[in-house]
Design a protein around this ligand. Structure first.
Ligand code: TXA
Ligand code: MG
Length: 321
């Protein structure tokens, strides 16, 4: 059972071990983990029972801290950050290499925000990593706005809930990015449009059924490597492509394929740990895509737990081929 308390040191201790902690924000409670640790990120997806790898928002203590994780901070978005952070605003900014692909689902932009809650800000200041945190509800449920909501839904799965009382805003953050010179709102949320327009002028709203029209769930080919990607039984595929004399790479779940060089294969988890496999997936696909192979041969994961989400991504990668 989760302990509910206000001890920041305890929250910090769990987070530094790679464990998850529910954190209060002014919008909704977040299910937080170390944003720089792909295994902690994989745990968030598993704990939420998310059927897919939706990209996650990273939480930092200040605009200055946000700079550490982005490749660029367009001036108009910086004005919004200066005006509304800490607050219910999430900015989509070009990420730098410190942010694992699992956080952004392989997208180039990372969603960043400075939450307006004193306990969580103190926690963030005490950590040397940002916190990835989706709303702390199992997939498909209503977002939690007090610690008891979190406890009822996730109390069995996490060690600690940082008790910041009821959420002040109670609506998720407004998500804003830029396309060219245009400001685009991708999710309507706790920060009103008029407040945004007061700072940057008129904005375009792109608030589709998904808050993230560029998410991999919407763009089927998003996960497709440039290299043709073939799914099947690896023993059979490897024989077939060897006979065809093809230059191929292999992506496997837990078994190394004999006779294939290290640069041409990636084992997602030697210990058959699906969480580790999930944490490795995007990096593995990228690496093999850069291996100058004619084709990538891959196998589905066991269709259980996170394996279903991995298989969804593998099928998307193979859809084009
Ligand atoms: O108020 C909030 O934003 C809360 C608190 C905990 O901070 N968090 C939250 O996270 O609502 P989540 O994961 O439930 O919703 C985040 C939304 C998702 O719909 C996701 O698709 C979108 O943000 N998103 C995250 N990163 C993105 C990215 N790189 N590009 C486009 N959309 C992104
Ligand atoms: Mg959510």
């Amino acid at each position: 059972m989760a302990i509910i308390g206000q001890d920041i040191a305890q929250a910090k201790k769990h987070l530094e071990r790679g464990e998850l902690v529910a954190i209060p924000t002014e919008t909704v409670y977040g299910l937080a983990g170390n944003a720089l640790d792909p295994v902690a990120i994989a745990s968030i997806f598993e704990t939420k029972n998310r059927p897919s790898f939706d990209p996650l928002i990273i939480h930092v203590s200040s605009i200055h801290e946000a700079m550490r994780y982005v490749a660029d901070f367009p001036e108009k978005l910086k004005e919004l950050g200066k005006a509304f952070w800490p607050g219910p605003l999430t900015l989509l900014l070009p990420k730098n290499d410190s942010i694992p692909d699992l956080v952004t689902s392989g997208l180039d932009r990372v969603a960043v925000r400075v939450p307006d809650h004193e306990l969580t800000l103190s926690l963030l200041r005490s950590l040397d990593f940002p916190l990835s945190a989706p709303s702390a509800n199992p997939f498909g449920y209503i977002s939690p706005t007090n610690p008891q909501h979190v406890e009822a839904q996730l109390g069995e799965k996490i060690p600690f809930i940082l008790d910041g009382g009821a959420c002040r805003v109670g609506l998720e953050s407004t998500i804003v990015g830029m396309e060219g010179s245009e400001i685009v709102v991708y999710r309507l949320g706790g920060l009103e449009l008029s407040e945004i327009e007061n700072i940057v002028g008129s904005v375009r709203i792109n608030n589709h059924s998904s808050s993230n029209p560029q998410s991999p769930g919407v763009l089927e080919s998003h996960y497709a490597p440039r290299t043709p990607f073939i799914l099947g039984d690896l023993d059979i595929l490897v024989k077939e492509y060897t006979t065809l004399n093809k230059n191929f790479a292999v992506l496997s779940f837990c078994k190394r394929v004999k006779g294939i060089s290290e640069t041409k294969q990636f084992v997602l988890s030697e210990s058959s740990d699906i969480k580790v496999a999930a944490a490795n997936l995007f990096a593995a696909m990228r690496l093999l895509d850069e291996s100058e192979s004619e084709v990538i041969l891959a196998e589905l994961m066991p269709d259980i737990g996170l394996g279903k989400a991995i298989n969804d991504r593998l099928n998307r990668a193979a859809a084009k081929s």
